[in-house]
Design a protein around this ligand. Structure first.
Ligand code: PGA
Length: 254
């Protein structure tokens, strides 16, 4: 299976010109790599223009809404995203959850996004670790409630990104470790098995996210056996991101 390397640009950059320039450099590298699927999740305002020049890379949104159209000021529906050429959509990123998004909201968003044949990247991950293991209950709840009632065939259009919140962003403690990710991804698959079947659970790609860099990417892919990576800060610097793409192209899971 191809490694899935996702750029999450968040609320960057501030001009379409810059967005285009970063994207072109990433796209040109991604095009040459056979074992990598390159996905760029950009702000809504850039998606249509980037989709027109995507050539081999895929375009994704960073959020969507749970209704198709209507009186919902400020929202963007999966129908609109599909129309302008987006193929992926991040849902449930911790930065959106921090603004009040609930597992119930996320569940509705996932269902409608997959109705519109978008591939959903569901982000899950705990805020902190505790000795008693409550973080595992938290993670399980995000998965169970986020995926509740999802038809089995919809799991074909689902990717899970495990992103512990303590590892995300410039104020983070730093990335997790490949061994820890491996353990967490086994737990995620166990929960997915309870929700579906072992076969379905094994086929859902699980990505690692949180302070991914050109220095630690290989570890997560090889020892951590990650199916891919979700990259924030480093995805805005094409040189760094392209190095991560190269690494993914030559790294086999252990
Ligand atoms: P980071 O962000 O790579 O800058 O830590 C990851 C994310 O939030 O998706």
């Amino acid at each position: 299976m191809k490694k899935i390397i996702v750029a999450n640009w968040k609320m960057n950059p501030t001009s379409p010109k810059e967005a285009r320039s970063i994207f072109m450099r990433i796209r040109n590298k991604g095009k040459k790599l056979r074992k990598v699927k390159t996905v760029v999740c950009a702000p809504f305002v850039y998606l249509e223009a980037l989709a027109k020049i995507a050539h081999g890379a895929s375009i994704g949104a960073q959020d969507t809404f749970w209704e198709t159209e209507g009186a919902r000021t400020g929202e963007v529906s999966p129908a609109m995203l599909k129309e302008i050429g987006a193929r992926y959509c991040i849902i449930g990123h911790s930065e959106r959850r921090a603004l009040g998004e609930t597992n119930e909201d996320i569940n509705k968003k996932i269902k409608l996004a997959i109705d519109y044949r978008l591939i959903v990247i569901l982000c899950v991950g705990e805020r902190e670790r505790d000795e008693e293991g409550a973080y595992l209950d938290f993670l399980k709840e995000e998965l169970v409630q986020g995926l509740e009632g999802l038809p089995r065939r919809y799991f074909e259009n689902l990717i899970i990104a495990y992103e512990p919140i303590w590892a995300i962003g410039e104020h983070a403690k730093g990335a997790s470790t490949p061994a820890d990710f491996l353990e967490q991804s086994i737990f995620v698959r166990k929960v997915l098995t309870e929700l579906t079947t072992r076969g379905v659970a094994m086929s859902v790609p699980i990505l690692y996210g949180g302070s991914v860099s050109e220095a630690n990417a290989e570890g997560f892919l090889r020892e951590g056996k990650a199916d891919g990576l979700l990259v924030g800060r480093a995805s805005l610097e094409p040189e760094r991101f392209n190095e991560i793409l190269d690494t993914a192209n030559r790294t086999k899971g252990a």
